[in-house]
Design a protein around this ligand. Structure first.
Ligand SMILES: C[S@@+](CC[C@H](N)C(=O)[O-])C[C@H]1O[C@@H](n2cnc3c(N)ncnc32)[C@H](O)[C@@H]1O
Ligand code: SF4
Length: 439
């Protein structure tokens, strides 16, 4: 379909942070072993991701793979299982070099100091990651952070602490179904600031019904007062079963107006727009983080629901197949034996066409650009011949002009990121995702 038609007055169709989307994964007819999956992959430039599916609260808007576990009963066995999975994975991978590390969730800082120490030991001793050289990031929430945990992050070599704040206005976080006080949020930010971890990023959300440009500006100013290296602006998405009601039709316009306001405000205040969601302080020190090529770097993930990517196969150790609850899935992960960690039975194969789409989507939407020669080197074909639809981006004036070697979204293109992503999905993936949502 033509992009013009596809937009259909809706700029917020889906966040394409990965392709194919996990809802296109299926139970494999022929299960595979980790050894087989990784046998032909280049393992000298890998990304390691650890998923911690626990939080101290369950926010009304959030449909990430996580569970509120206020009595702290599930994590200890979970970390032991991560250790088992790490042993099985490293054995299957053999010689590796990890150039990136991310610990996400959920809320990794929900773990106790002791569990965090154990987690870092698994990363360094079993997975052999040099954390100090891996541009490592960890996600946190205001209530779960502490001076001791931050000191551990600093000592371990974490480069970046990311924290979800969402809004500095109590009524707005309440409207999001997020039990958080402004005071706790500010204390957490002070602590991170003083911790000595080199980078901090703050997540904010826009699109709550009661939010106005003025209240958004207030949250942006509050966030900027802590001088974070990056600010992430997330448009509010409300999906089925997340606890928030669906809004009326004008919600799209509301989000678009707030988005444009946020972009301009941050631009005028020393932040450069990197992607639709990422804004980086212009005077932030550039870290020497070595080579990393997002569209082609393979990812090894540990933990329940976490996805791993090789060139032509994406899988997840466990995921919500059908309507199984998150808790049930965590319990079944916690019951897995060593042998079971060697087998993969849930994922998706990527044809060359899907690999190309993934390359384009990641290149365009992650704040970089699509490099025609890099694409040709990788696939041995020309991207504008493979996907003639990309010419529509020129016709609609959504890409920067004057450089015929790359394709880079301009300001008008960036605000359409959540349309351009889904527009580039194949019919097959779109159909699989639709069938999954219907279940
Ligand atoms: C893993 S959380 C961050 C860490 C921590 N769990 C917290 O909430 O403080 C990732 C971020 O995704 C964003 N997010 C999650 N679900 C969202 C949704 N439905 N709409 C918009 N943003 C969302 C939020 O800004 C959130 O901070
Ligand atoms: S937004 Fe963060 S704290 Fe809230 S439920 Fe999602 S992952 Fe947990």
């Amino acid at each position: 379909m033509k992009l013009k038609q596809f937009i259909n007055n809706n700029y917020f169709q889906g966040y394409a942070y990965s392709y194919p989307h996990k809802s296109a994964y299926r139970v494999l007819v022929n299960p595979r072993t980790l050894t087989d999956i990784w046998s032909t992959e280049n393992k000298q430039n890998l990304f390691l991701y650890l998923h911690i599916p626990f939080c101290e609260m369950r926010c009304g808007f959030c449909n990430l793979f996580t569970i509120a576990n206020p009595d702290n009963t599930l994590e200890n066995p979970y970390i032991n299982q991560i250790e088992k999975q790490a042993l099985a994975t490293k054995k299957a991978l053999g010689e590796t070099h990890f150039s990136r590390l991310a610990i996400g969730g959920g809320t990794p800082s929900f773990l106790s100091l002791k569990d965090l120490e154990k987690m870092f030991a698994i990363i360094t001793d079993i997975m052999k990651v040099d954390i100090k050289k891996a541009n490592a990031s960890i996600e946190t929430s205001p209530k779960t952070i502490s001076i001791e945990k931050l000191a551990l992050f600093k000592k371990t070599g974490i480069t970046r602490v990311s924290i979800g704040i969402q809004s500095f206005i109590l009524e707005e976080t309440k409207a999001l179904g997020r039990p958080q006080t402004v005071e706790v949020a500010k204390n957490a930010l002070e602590m991170i600031k003083k911790s000595g971890v080199p980078e901090m990023n703050i997540d904010l959300i826009y699109g709550m019904a009661s939010q106005t440009n003025a209240t958004f500006q207030y949250s942006l100013e509050q966030a900027m007062s802590y001088q974070p290296t990056e600010i992430f602006l997330y448009p509010l998405y409300v999906r089925p079963l997340t606890g928030l009601g669906v809004k009326d039709k004008s919600w799209n316009d509301h989000r678009l107006e707030l988005y444009r306001f946020g972009v301009n405000f941050l631009e005028q205040n020393n932040y450069e727009q990197i992607s639709m969601r990422i804004f980086r302080r212009k005077d932030a020190t550039q870290l020497d983080i070595g080579p990393y090529d997002s569209p082609t770097t393979a990812m090894v993930s540990l933990g329940v629901g976490a996805r791993s990517y090789t060139k032509d196969f994406h899988y997840s150790s466990e995921y919500a197949v059908g309507r199984k609850g998150v808790k049930e899935i965590i319990h079944s992960y916690n019951d897995k034996t060593d042998t079971q960690f060697k087998d993969i039975n849930f994922g998706t194969n990527l044809s060359v066409d899907e690999q190309k789409r993934r390359f384009i989507i990641k290149s365009l939407l992650e704040g970089q650009y699509l490099d025609f020669q890099a694409y040709k080197n990788y696939f041995n074909t020309n991207v504008l011949e493979d996907f003639t639809q990309l010419n529509e981006l020129y016709e609609m004036d959504l890409v920067s002009k004057g450089n015929n070697k790359i394709l880079q979204l301009n300001k008008k293109g960036l605000e359409l990121s959540d349309v351009i992503g889904p527009w580039l999905y194949s019919n097959e993936v779109t159909e699989e995702m639709r069938k999954y949502e219907l279940k």
